[in-house]
Design a binder for this molecule. Structure first.
Ligand SMILES: [Mg+2]
Length: 171
């Protein structure tokens, strides 16, 4: 049985700082044009712009010594098709949300309830741009093991300090 903590990884915000200022590509990032199946409707004429930093793939692989990496993103399994290859990551397990953007208890982010279900009492770290103190409180009260909820700024993406914090927490 794998006793490593989980590392739950959101895409939009932490890996793709979609809200970066002035729509300009942040330093260290490369621009990708993608057509995931969820990208439909009027927007679908143009592919989705995604910024990715190849260094983040190496950082996550290094963390895979200490964690089991899992996608926790609305990209679901498509993160394996679109996001993993440019980052040099293998296919990873993913959380298959029962419902996306739906109801959530006590002001929490909609993902939080399902994150706890998926973790099943196992320690986890979670990187996401939508985490708030309400999520931390909810997890504190309901999760029996350690948990690190690391909010990442969607204008900036993951930083050196975040990878250091994740490595330190697992140790
Ligand atoms: Mg996000």
């Amino acid at each position: 049985m794998n006793r490593k903590p989980l590392l739950l990884i959101d895409v939009d915000g932490p890996l793709n700082p979609y809200a970066a200022k002035a729509q300009r590509r942040p330093e260290g990032y490369t621009t990708h044009r993608m057509r995931p199946t969820g990208w439909t409707g009027a927007e679908s004429a143009k592919p989705l712009r995604v910024w990715l930093n190849p260094d983040h793939g190496a950082e996550l692989l290094a963390l895979a010594e200490a964690y089991e990496l899992v996608w926790a993103t609305t990209w679901k399994d498509e993160a394996n098709d679109w996001i993993a290859p440019p980052l040099g990551l293998p296919r990873l397990p993913f959380i298959d949300w029962p419902q996306m953007h739906g109801r959530a208890p006590r002001g929490t982010f909609w993902k939080t309830q399902y994150v706890l279900e998926y973790a099943g009492g196992r320690p986890f770290a979670w990187i996401d741009d939508d985490i708030t103190d309400l999520d931390r409180e909810y997890v504190d009260q309901r999760h029996p093991a350690r948990a690190l909820l690391l909010r990442v700024d969607e204008r900036i993406g993951l930083l050196r300090a975040d990878f250091d914090a994740l490595a330190a927490w697992a140790a």
